[in-house]
Write a protein that binds this ligand. Structure first.
Ligand code: SF4
Length: 223
């Protein structure tokens, strides 16, 4: 069984709750969505057998927080991912999944091999796509078996209505999960400031733990 992998590298986590932690990144090729703000449009990939990828991961000798399986959307290649997760688990690595939170059937099949789930909350007013409330609900119920937190991109078009719907979803499925409000790095940070502050206030009122964290990769010039 072969997997399509765009790149393997080590760096520091550039967003979310584990910002700054040293990780090995495995970027999966392909995604089932097409968000307006996407900055990971991948044009090429290498093919690996699970054992081949595992062998390459073992070449990274430093101490790492975890291995980040990212994309694209890793769950699009669930069977391949599962085999790799089994191998890294056996080798005492911690598995960290970055996902768009829509492929809940696939998640169900691999959740036992994960340690961390970093899930995107896809708000229709931000992505320019239809909503994924039902998919997110089912996904979060499964993800909450592990340490899970959510990230949502805030742009000038993001609506209060969508934020409220997202907070309701978090309260109903995993009340203790932290929500990261992430300003769209393609937009003017200063212009988004007031919007993010008002959304933080909504989170406080709705009793969802939230904070604003920017993507640092572009800011500090690392991958
Ligand atoms: S889910 Fe992520 S990788 Fe896929 S289109 Fe949206 S931003 Fe890009």
């Amino acid at each position: 069984m072969k997997g399509k992998i765009a790149e393997v590298f080590d760096s520091v986590q550039g967003e979310g709750l584990y910002l700054g932690e040293k990780q090995i990144f495995v970027r999966f090729y392909g995604c089932n969505l097409g968000c307006r703000f996407c900055d990971t449009k991948l044009s090429s990939f290498m093919e690996y057998e699970p054992e081949e990828l595992f062998k390459e991961l073992k070449l990274y000798r430093d101490k790492y927080h975890s291995i980040s399986f990212t994309g694209g959307e890793p769950l699009m290649q669930k069977d391949f991912l599962k085999e790799v997760l089994k191998l890294t688990r056996k080798n005492n690595s911690r598995n960290y999944l970055e996902t768009n939170g829509t492929l809940y059937e696939e998640l169900k099949d691999i959740i036992e091999y994960l340690d961390f789930v970093a899930m995107d909350l896809k708000l229709p007013s931000s992505t320019g796509l239809s909503d994924f409330w039902d998919e997110h609900r089912l996904f979060l119920k499964i993800a909450s078996q592990r340490e899970v937190f959510l990230k949502t991109v805030i742009c000038k078009d993001t609506t209060e209505e969508d934020i409220m719907q997202g907070l309701k979803l978090i309260r109903e499925t995993c009340q203790r999960a932290v929500l990261i409000l992430q300003p769209d790095s393609n937009e003017d940070r200063a212009q988004l400031h007031a919007k993010i502050e008002s959304f933080k206030e909504l989170c406080r009122k709705e009793r969802v733990i939230a904070c604003a964290v920017e993507q640092i990769h572009k800011a500090i010039g690392v991958k």
